[in-house]
Design a protein around this ligand. Structure first.
Ligand code: ZN
Length: 440
């Protein structure tokens, strides 16, 4: 049962970023998948109203009614400069209230934290963007380059009604953008007393492979001639034994060099061991070093006394940029000629350079707001709205700036129960974005 909701603080006691994040959490935009959703349009109405109050017009784009993608362009003084894009998705994954300490869509503030679905993924960032822009507009600031602010639908359902559709149907909305900052990284980790902020500079690709074995069906009481379940089982266990090699991409080379320096590690410390120094985020870091394959579904047989004709399994293979063809070939080799390998789904991988004006600016800003801290680039194992953006030539990075207490198990907050974020971390994120926009 949920705890009683504490008496809420007055709005005037909250900073803009906290108030906006709380308001957005209170708009339930659950994305249940398979086309079932609470409409993002209600959250888009809220965002549109905030922007309108600042004199920034936004355009609504919908492939499916209720699933609003909102894109605004804050005009810069020099439209010939490449534009910076800041983007958040407005949908969230569902939450079961019975499992939460406080109701997930109440936007409760307790013990210096804002609780609720989306506090981390990622209404926090939508709020940081709006609060930073509000403050700059109030100060009379005008950016040099165009700033594109995008609020997508359907990220949690696979982006089909969101960024994936928008980049094809309305690429003009994002014209001139070369760099985009969205979700996936930005939070602080403590490495032996030194602070670092993770940044995703790329995303692994996704391959769902179906393995199928054919055999000879027959009566379950007789010695089997060719049982496909056994053929498949051998293949499945060989998949489990694959040891994918480390792939030294530019991101990984920079990451390992910085980690080695931070940790003061000897050369014989392996990359896997080195990744452990970032604490609870280590598994995400390690996943970015090499391909990862997991057998996730096994199916075969339909009756206790029948040897079936076929058996199938599904492999979830996440590959490092540039490694897809090689990875499929390796899986084929490992499972052997008796098992057919078919690609069910392939989503591309990408890696953006850990260099350029925006990356340099962010590194400077982090050094200003948290002296001594550095940024650690890494490849994330999943996908975000940055993947479709890549199709129209935009370098997408994940960086939601959050200075977190060292004992805060942050990675567990993503899609987790009792998702919450410290209020001070929201203020910190707004400050970083404000400084970034000032340089744009
Ligand atoms: Zn997200």
């Amino acid at each position: 049962m949920s705890a009683p909701v504490p008496f809420p603080p007055a709005d005037t006691a909250l900073s803009d970023v906290v108030r906006i994040a709380r308001d957005l959490i209170r708009i339930d935009t659950s994305n249940y998948g398979s086309g079932r959703f609470e409409p993002e349009s209600v959250a888009a109405d809220y965002v549109e109203a905030v922007l309108a109050g600042l004199g920034i017009d936004a355009t609504r784009y919908e492939r499916t009614p209720g699933r609003t993608n909102l894109v605004a362009r804050w005009r810069g003084a020099d439209p010939s400069l490449p534009a910076l894009m800041l983007h958040a998705h407005l949908d969230v994954v569902p939450a079961d209230p019975a499992a939460w300490t406080y109701p997930p869509f109440a936007g409760v503030i307790v013990d210096g934290m804002l609780w609720g679905r989306g506090a981390v993924d990622m209404k926090n960032y939508a709020a940081m963007i709006l609060a930073a822009v509000s403050r700059l507009v109030a100060e009379g600031f005008k950016p040099r380059s165009d700033i594109v602010l995008a609020f997508f639908a359907d990220e949690e359902g696979g982006t089909e009604d969101g960024s994936d559709w928008l980049v094809d149907a309305h690429p003009e909305a994002l014209a001139g953008v070369d760099t985009a900052i969205g979700e996936g990284g930005g939070y602080s980790v403590n490495v032996f007393g030194q602070r670092a902020y993770l940044m995703n500079t790329g995303e692994k690709g996704v391959l769902w492979l179906e393995l199928s074995a054919r055999g000879q069906s027959g009566h379950g009481s007789l010695p089997a001639v060719d049982n496909p379940i056994l053929t498949l089982a051998r293949a499945v266990s060989r998949i489990g034994e694959i040891e994918w090699p480390l792939v030294m991409t530019d991101t990984t080379a920079t990451l390992l060099a910085r980690l080695r320096e931070l940790a003061g590690a000897d050369p014989e410390v392996t990359p896997e061991q080195l990744a452990l120094v970032v604490g609870p985020s280590a598994s995400r870091i390690r996943a970015g070093l090499r391909n990862v394959s997991n057998v996730t579904i096994v199916a075969g047989g339909y009756k206790e006394n029948v040897v079936p004709e076929t058996a199938t399994a599904t492999v979830d293979l996440r590959f490092i940029p540039g490694c897809a063809a090689e990875a499929i070939a390796h899986v084929r080799e490992v499972v052997g000629d008796d098992v057919e390998v078919r690609t069910l789904i392939e989503l591309p991988a990408f890696e953006a350079p850990f260099a350029g004006r925006v990356i340099n600016q962010l590194q400077q800003i982090i050094a200003e707001v948290d002296p001594g801290a550095i940024i650690l680039p890494h490849l994330i194992p999943g996908g975000t709205d940055a993947k479709p953006l890549r199709r129209i030539g935009i370098d997408g990075y994940g960086f939601i700036p959050l200075l977190l207490p060292d004992d805060f198990a942050f990675p567990r907050m993503f899609h987790g129960v009792d998702e919450r974020v410290p209020l001070e971390a929201l203020d910190f994120g707004e400050e970083v974005l404000r400084r970034l926009l000032q340089r744009s």
